[in-house]
Design a protein around this ligand. Structure first.
Ligand code: PTJ
Length: 251
């Protein structure tokens, strides 16, 4: 039991969620390393949603509302940290959830599918009993995508994605939205919209933004999208990170 008044309470709760998920067998062996890297970057942005992240969330919401076939892709870490929010996002967008694992095993797929279904997910794709299609530019099992999911999607949200896949999805003509605390990662740089924020803050905020913007007309949504520039947004985030490095922050 983590005491509520512990100064690192929120961070410790997330670690506990990861440990629990690891016990349940849904995480990759290196999931904790990825989480630790995320924690380090989260420190550097002040463990809060920055202004550039808010702008990226708004653009992401517009892109997802405008999409004809939006798809939410999840891996082990995302399921461990934001299971209920992912299910809620899929409801507000009426979008399927597709399981895409970097370290794919039938056992992990089955367990994640079960957790998503138990949390109320209406449509879970990427399982082992459905037809797959190949994403061009990728080799091995990572090239597989659900034919009616990521393969067909025009807009995909892929939190904590790896660089190769983000690049290949963009090259296959998809608008790729990612959530990645590392603004320097290849995924962050190649995606169409990168939300540099912790997935536990970004997904609830995204749900809020979708609810807020969903009644705007198409032109207004296009306008939101056209005002967003991913590399400019990443540079704004890096300025915040560099302030933390140079000690130009309140101590
Ligand atoms: O479940 P699998 O098999 O698909 O594997 C998932 C991991 C995350 C283990 C796998 O995709 C991987 O190895 O990822 P990387 O290449 O380590 O990248 C993870 C990225 O996510 C890093 O840039 C981290 O900074 C970032 N990250 C980690 N935790 C969070 C995060 N970004 C947002 N929110 C987090 N909580």
């Amino acid at each position: 039991m983590i005491p509520k008044d512990h100064p690192r309470y929120d961070s410790l709760v997330l670690r506990a969620r990861m440990v629990e998920a690891s016990r349940k067998g849904i995480l990759a062996d290196s999931a904790m390393i990825a989480h630790g890297r995320g924690e380090a970057f989260d420190y550097l942005i002040g463990e809060r949603t920055t202004e550039p992240a808010e702008k990226a969330v708004k653009a992401a919401a517009a892109a997802l509302i405008l999409a004809e076939h939006p798809v939410i892709s999840v891996n082990g870490n995302t399921t461990a940290l934001v299971l209920e929010d992912i299910v809620k996002l899929s409801e507000v967008l009426n979008a399927p959830i597709e399981i895409n694992l970097f370290y794919r095993t039938p056992q992990r797929i089955e367990r994640i599918e079960k957790m998503l279904n138990e949390a109320g997910a209406k449509k879970v794709l990427g399982t082992d009993h459905e037809e797959k299609a190949l994403i061009k530019g990728l080799k091995g099992p990572r090239a597989n995508a659900s034919r009616e999911g990521v393969y067909k999607a025009d807009v995909v949200i892929v939190p904590l994605e790896d660089g190769d896949r983000a690049e290949a999805l963009v090259a296959n003509g998809k608008k790729v939205i990612t959530v990645d605390l590392n603004p320097l990662s290849r995924t962050a740089k190649t995606s169409s919209i990168t939300i540099v924020d912790n997935v536990v803050r970004a997904v609830p905020l995204l749900i809020e933004k979708v609810e807020e913007l969903k009644n705007l007309d198409e032109n207004e949504l296009e306008n939101v999208l056209n005002h967003f520039n991913n590399s400019r947004n990443l540079k704004e985030t890096l300025k915040i990170v560099s302030k933390a490095y140079t000690g130009d922050v309140e101590l």
